[in-house]
Ligand binder design. Sequence first.
Ligand code: MG
Length: 435
Amino acid sequence: MSLFGSSGIRGRVFEEITLELASDIGKAVGSSYKRVLIGRDTRTSGEMFRSAIVSGILSSGAEAFDAGIVSTPTLAWGGRGFDCGLMITASHNPGEYNGVKFWNPNGLAFLKEQRDKLDDQLNRKEFEPVPWDKIGSLSGYDTAVEEHMEKILSGVGTSDIKVVVDCGGGATFNITPALLKRMGCDVVVLNGEPDGRFSARNPEPIEENLSGLIGAVKSSNADLGIAHDGDGDRMTAVDEKGRYIGGDKLLSILALNEVIDSLVVPVDASMVVDDLLPDAQIYRTRVGDVFVGEELKKRNADFGAEPSGTWIFPRHFLCPDGVYAGALLAEMVSGKKLSEMADEVPEYPQQVEGIMFDTRRREEITKGLDEKMRSIDCVELTTIDGWRLQFEEGWALVRLSGTEPKVRIKVEAREPNTVDDIYRTIHSITEEVLR
Ligand code: MG
C-alpha cells in the first residue's frame, strides 16, 4: 500500500501517522540521504514526530540538522545545501493531522522514483541500524528564516502599504510579518502566535475561514490582507474593500504579473487565464502542486499555480512559496489597488457538483465514464486527471475523488446558458453510468 499522497505522507496523529512510522521514515531517509535538514510547523505533535524522525535518521548513520519551527518554503530553501529536506506538517489540514513533505535541494518535492523507493522501504521495514560508533549526530540550524527572508528581499521591491497578515497560528508567524516590515509595510498581525491547535481559525486559507482577516482589513483601513495555511506554502488575499481574493481570481492576477510565454496550472483551473493570456502556452497537469512543480521544471515555464492558493515562481525557487507570494503581492499593491486588479479579471460562471458513488464499483464506473466521455463531441478531451472536455465556449471536468467516494463534476463557460447546457449533458451521462 502506498503511504504517499500527492504532497507526501499525511494522516491523523497516532492513527495513520504513528511514532513507529515517523521513526521508520527517519530510518528510510537516513539510509539514502546523508545530510538531512528537518523542520516543522506549529502542530502540537510536531516536536514529538521530529524526535522520532531524528532518532530514525541517526540510527541509520546520517546527520540531522534541525531548523526548528519554519514555514515549508523556508525549509525547502534551507534544504538547498543538504541532501534533502523534511518538513513535518499537514499543511492546511486541521491540528489533529500531521505528516511529512519531502524536498530535493532544488526545491522540487520528491519525484516518483524517490517516493516509490521510500514507500518500498516503509513497507518492507528491513532497516539495519549502524554499529554504535557510526550513529549520526543532530545539530541545530537556526539561520533558515533569515536566509529565506534575504532570498525574498533580493527578489521583491519595497512597499509602503498597510497590510494585515493572518498567520492562523501556523509556521509563518516568524517570517511573513517581519519580512513585510523590512519591505517598508505598515503591518498588522493577526493570529501571529504559534498555535498548534489552530484555535483561532481552520488553517485552510479559504473565504469561510477568513472572516477575522476580512474584518481586520476593513476596521484598520488596510490596503491588503494576506492569509497563510499552517505551513505557509499557500497564500490567499483580501482586497482593501474587504473582499476575499483567492482561487482563480488571484491565480489570474499573479499570472498576469509573471507570465511572459508559458504557464502551468492543474486541469481544474479556470479558462479565464486562457482568455487573459491568449498568446501564452498553458500546460495543464494533474491536480496537486507536486505535479505543477514537476511540469514547470520540465517545460521551463514562467509560473505555476493552483487555485488552492499554491503559487510557484521559478524565477525565485521551485517550491511553492506563500511567503514570497505575499511579499510580491504587497509590492504589486503599492502600485495599484488590489480591488482594481481583481475587477479587471473576468469571472466566468461555474457549476460544481459531487455525486456519491459506491467505491466497490470504482473500476466499472471508471470504464463506463471513459466510454461515455469519449463519445461526447468536443474540441479536445484530455485524460491527465479524470476527463477534461474542452468545448468552444467552455469546459467540463469529471474526476473520481481519491479522498472521498465522490465523482466530482466541474463546468465553466463564458455564458451562464452554456454552463447549463454543458452541465446538463455531463451530469446526465454521469448519472447514467452510476446507476
Ligand atoms: Mg500548505
